[in-house]
Write a protein that binds this ligand. Structure first.
Ligand SMILES: Nc1ncnc2c1ncn2[C@@H]1O[C@H](COP(=O)(O)OP(=O)(O)OP(=O)(O)O)[C@@H](O)[C@H]1O
Ligand SMILES: [Mg+2]
Length: 396
C-alpha cells in the first residue's frame, strides 16, 4: 500500500502504524518512503506529536518547491530582453545546450553583455536546476588557492590543512559551476582543468582517490579566447575542449533594436521606484544618441545611464541634460559630422547618402523605423531612398 501511495502521490507523507516494529520491517518501509512509525497500541499524545511533525515537514517541502520554482522563473531565459536576430540566436543555442547533456559550455561576450545572466539561465533550464549553481571568478584567486578551492584537499595536504575539505567541484556535484573570466586562469591550473574535463574525474589536493565528476562547467570570457590561445596566453587545447559548444553574446552596439527595448525596460524599473513623477521614455534626440553610441560597457552601462537620468530628470522624458558628458561628446547636436571624410577624388552626394542609409540599416539589424531614427528622417523617406537605389526588398 505504501508503495502504491508513493507512486500515485509522491508528496504524500505516510506514517505507518504497526504492531510489528522489527528492524527489517522498519528498514523496508523507510526505504519505501515512510515518514515515521507509530507502534500499537495507538497513544493519542504520540499520534498528535507525530502528525504535527509530519505537517511541519510537509509545509517545509512546499516552501522549498515554491522557492525553487520562483528561483527558476527569476533566472529563466524569458528574463533576457532582446528582439534582435543575433541575441535571439544566442538564446536559442543556449536553450538547446541547457537541455542537452553537454558538460562544458563557453560563453563569450564583452563586459556587460549578460554572460552571468546566460549562465544562470542555462542552469535554471537544465535538468540540474535543483542541484547547486556555484560561481567562481578565476581572476580573483591565485592558482594555488583556486586549486584547493576547486578540488578540495585532504587533511595534511599542506601545513594549514587541519581537516579534509570538499572543493567546489564536490559541492556542486549534480549541478553547475560557472568559471567566470576563465581567460585569467593561470596556466598550471588550465592544465589540471583540461585533464579533469577529459577524464571526467578529479582528486582532492593530496588525495589518492578519484572522484567521478558530474558537474557542468560553464566558462565565460570577455576576451577572444581563441586569439588568446594563438598568442599563447591561454591553452589552445583547453580552448578547444571548452568551446565544443560556444555561445557568442553580441555586443549591444551591434543590436540597435535592443537598445531601445532595454532602455524601456530600465525606465519601467526606475518608474516602479519613483512614487511621484513617472518617466514616459526617451526624448527623440536621446533615442538617436542611444542608437549611435558604442556602449563599451554594454547593457550594464545602459542600465547605469538610465538609473542616473531617472534620478536627475524632472521632466517626463530622458533628455540630453542628464546624460554623461562622454556620451554627448561623441554626438553633435548641430548635426555636424566629424568622422566623415570626403574621398580624395570626391563622391556623388547621393552615393554618400545611400552608403549611410545602408549602414544605418545594418546597425539596426534591418529595422527601418530605427534606422530612420538614426538618420533623422521618416521611415517612409528612408524606405523610398533605399527602394530607389534597389537596396530594399521589403514589402513596405
Ligand atoms: N539581454 C538582457 N536583458 C536584461 N538584462 C540584461 C541583459 N543583458 C545584460 N543584462 C543586465 O546587465 C547587467 C550586466 O550583465 P552580466 O553581469 O550578466 O554581464 P557579464 O557579461 O557577466 O559582464 P562581465 O564580463 O563584466 O562580468 C546585469 O544587471 C544584467 O542583468
Ligand atoms: Mg559577469
Amino acid at each position: 500500500m505504501l508503495n502504491e501511495i508513493k507512486e500515485m502521490r509522491p508528496e504524500t507523507i505516510a506514517i505507518m502504524v504497526t504492531g510489528n516494529v522489527d528492524v527489517p520491517n522498519v528498514v523496508s518501509a523507510l526505504r519505501g518512503g515512510a515518514h515515521d512509525f507509530i507502534s500499537k497500541p495507538l497513544k493519542l499524545e504520540e499520534l498528535r506529536v507525530t502528525l504535527r511533525n509530519a505537517s511541519e515537514v510537509r509545509d517545509l517541502r512546499r516552501e522549498v518547491t515554491v522557492a525553487r520554482s520562483e528561483r527558476k522563473r527569476a533566472f529563466s531565459f524569458s528574463n533576457i530582453i532582446g528582439e534582435s536576430t543575433r541575441l535571439k540566436k544566442a538564446i536559442e543555442v543556449a536553450t538547446r545546450v541547457a537541455e542537452s547533456d553537454v558538460l562544458s559550455i563557453l560563453l563569450q561576450g564583452e563586459t556587460g553583455t549578460g554572460k552571468d545572466l546566460f549562465a544562470r539561465a542555462i542552469h535554471a533550464a537544465s535538468e540540474r536546476s535543483d542541484a547547486p549553481y556555484l560561481a567562481i571568478n578565476c581572476a580573483a584567486l591565485p592558482a594555488t588557492l583556486i586549486e584547493s578551492e576547486l578540488f578540495g584537499y585532504e587533511k595534511g595536504a599542506f601545513t594549514d590543512a587541519k581537516a579534509k575539505k570538499e572543493g567546489l567541484f564536490e559541492q556542486a556535484q549534480g549541478g553547475t559551476i560557472f568559471l567566470d573570466e576563465i581567460g585569467e586562469m593561470e596556466h598550471p591550473l588550465q592544465a589540471k582543468l583540461l585533464r579533469v574535463l577529459e577524464e571526467l574525474k578529479f582528486r582532492r589536493v593530496g588525495g589518492l582517490k578519484d572522484i567521478p565528476l558530474d558537474v557542468r562547467i560553464i566558462a565565460a570570457s570577455n576576451r577572444d579566447l581563441k586569439k588568446c590561445g594563438e598568442s599563447g596566453e591561454f591553452r589552445l587545447d583547453l580552448f578547444y575542449r571548452l568551446s565544443v559548444i560556444q555561445v557568442d553574446i553580441p555586443p549591444l552596439r551591434e543590436r540597435g533594436e535592443d537598445v531601445l527595448l532595454l532602455a524601456e525596460h530600465y525606465i519601467q524599473r526606475a518608474n516602479a521606484r519613483r512614487s511621484n513623477r513617472k518617466l514616459k521614455g526617451l526624448s527623440p534626440e536621446v533615442e538617436r544618441i542611444f542608437l549611435n553610441y558604442s556602449w563599451a560597457g554594454n547593457v550594464r552601462e545602459l542600465r547605469n545611464v538610465i538609473e542616473r537620468a531617472s534620478i536627475l530628470e524632472d521632466g517626463e522624458y530622458v533628455t540630453t541634460a542628464h546624460l554623461p558628458a562622454d556620451m554627448l561628446s561623441s554626438h553633435d547636436p548641430a548635426g555636424n559630422v566629424g568622422g566623415l571624410v570626403l574621398p580624395p577624388g570626391g563622391i556623388p552626394l547621393s552615393s554618400a547618402e545611400l552608403e549611410l542609409a545602408k549602414q544605418a540599416m545594418q546597425r539596426t539589424g534591418g529595422n527601418l523605423t530605427q534606422a530612420a531614427k538614426l538618420l533623422d528622417i521618416t521611415r517612409d523617406q528612408l524606405r523610398y531612398k533605399l527602394k530607389k537605389a534597389g537596396a530594399y526588398q521589403g514589402a513596405n
